[in-house]
Design a protein around this ligand. Structure first.
Ligand code: ASP
Length: 436
């Protein structure tokens, strides 16, 4: 046991070293080649042929287990929870928590952006320069379909569950897993038992694969962070510094102010302990910028480190990775108002409420992949009368913000799981849960 703990803590240390080394060497490489076209070419070659493939393999190792892991743990979880009223109660708590914390995050963002007012400090020349530089990238991002409407809800019910699994559409996969879980409590117990055994086996196997993947995490994290910082336009940080600072301040308030309060009051857990136990998840979210790629790690950490019962982790975390994005919502709110400030468009109170509502909806609808919320951001901008292409202004710093908001998104999912687990444990006699 002590040996396992020591190994774990070595792994954490090595991942952290990978992250710091990746960031430092990436920045150095970025600076060294800044004035040399030949150097830039060599760096681009090394990134394309060595560093990016390593990072991509690591990301894929994490993602490849997501569908079977979510399916197995959720359907098994529901089967063990037994009756539908439990499921309804847990579902209501989970969604209630998601909605309240996401709304809170947007409100923090809006309050900060009004107070700091970064948009009024940006000179028209800088704005035009940024628009020109990133116009192409913005058009490309916005050309990806960003549909959000009634079809988003209809699509939760798949016509072909295998296609949903193959295309990694998590909400339909969750829907089918719920149906299967409920079915397992209704069919002949002998047959149900054998299906459950297979699902249990799949769950164990996926955890085994996640642990293998985490062994190469120090190298994977190094590659991802090196690549991001080597490509990053640091000069942009100067012109967009105040905007970046506003987003980061908001994310820090949510992460180190709101979450600890919720953990203490609702989850009755020491926040310090919580953050220590979820270190791997934080590092993975930060380096991959993807809630989906972090899901397998957070499922393992929730069960093994936070001791959250499997059925609850299997229910709350996959839903959270797809629908609960506190950091993204905060980022959307700040960005919309920042761009409004730049274009001298002041929003009335009711328009600000619309921004809050749309930011919350977009946080639900955005895909948990790097930059997943950007196409939807264009939609909110159009609603408040700003040309969607204006996202070009912030695109150059988006990756840095994405890393930070994804970390907040995923941490928010884990706080939700802690809250739901605590409130369920506080209920009188839960035999099914204890057995799980
Ligand atoms: N990258 C974010 C996530 O995966 C989504 C976004 O805000 O673009 O959680």
């Amino acid at each position: 046991m002590a040996d396992a703990r020591a190994k774990e803590s070595n792994l954490h240390r090595n991942i952290l070293i990978g992250l710091i080394l990746g960031a430092v060497l990436g920045v150095v490489a970025n600076r060294v080649v800044a004035d040399s076209p030949d150097g830039r070419e060599v760096l681009a070659w090394a990134l394309r042929n060595v560093v990016d493939p390593i990072g991509e393999i690591f990301r894929r190792l994490l993602v490849l287990v997501v569908v079977p892991l979510v399916f197995a743990s959720l359907s098994l979880g529901v089967a063990r929870l037994g009756d539908l009223s439990q499921l309804g109660r847990i579902g209501a708590k989970t969604f209630g928590y998601f909605l309240v914390t996401t709304t809170f995050a947007v409100v923090i963002g809006l309050a900060l952006v009004q107070w700091i007012s970064p948009g009024t400090q940006l000179s028209p020349e800088t704005r035009q320069g940024l628009e020109q530089q990133f116009r192409g990238a913005a058009t490309e991002r916005l050309s990806r379909p960003a549909e959000f409407g009634i079809s988003t809800f209809v699509n939760i019910v798949p016509d072909n569950p295998l296609r949903a699994a193959v295309e990694m559409q998590m909400l339909p996969v969750i829907f089918v897993a719920l149906l299967v879980g409920i079915g397992l409590t209704r069919i002949d117990p002998a047959k149900s038992r054998s299906v459950q055994q297979v699902l249990e086996g799949i769950g164990e196997l996926t955890l085994f694969i996640i642990h293998l993947a985490m062994r190469v995490a120090p190298v994977g994290v190094f590659a991802l962070i090196f690549s991001t910082s080597a490509k990053f336009g640091f000069e942009l940080l100067q012109s967009l510094g105040l905007y970046v600072a506003t987003v980061l301040l908001g994310l820090s308030i949510q992460m180190f102010g709101v979450f600890p309060i919720l953990l203490t009051v609702l989850g009755r857990m020491n926040p310090w302990l919580f953050f220590r136990r979820i270190r791997t998840v934080i590092l993975t979210a930060f380096s991959t910028s993807s809630s989906s790629a972090t899901l397998s790690t957070s499922m393992a950490v929730a069960q093994e480190e936070l001791k959250i019962p499997k059925p609850l982790a299997g229910f709350v975390l996959p839903l959270g990775a797809t629908m609960n994005m506190n950091g993204t919502a905060l980022f959307e709110g700040v960005t919309v108002l920042f761009l409004c400030q730049i274009f001298g468009r002041s929003l009335a109170f009711d328009e600000q409420i619309i921004v809050v509502l749309m930011s919350v909806l977009i946080a639900i609808g955005a895909a948990g992949v790097p930059g997943g919320s950007i196409p939807l951001l264009g939609m909110v901008l159009a609603t408040v009368g700003i040309e969607p292409g204006a996202i070009a202004i912030i695109l150059g710093v988006d990756r840095l913000l994405d890393m930070c908001r994804t970390t907040v998104n995923v941490t928010g999912d884990l706080t939700a799981a802690v809250y739901v687990a605590r409130s369920e444990a506080d209920r009188p006699a839960q035999p099914e849960m204890d057995a799980a």
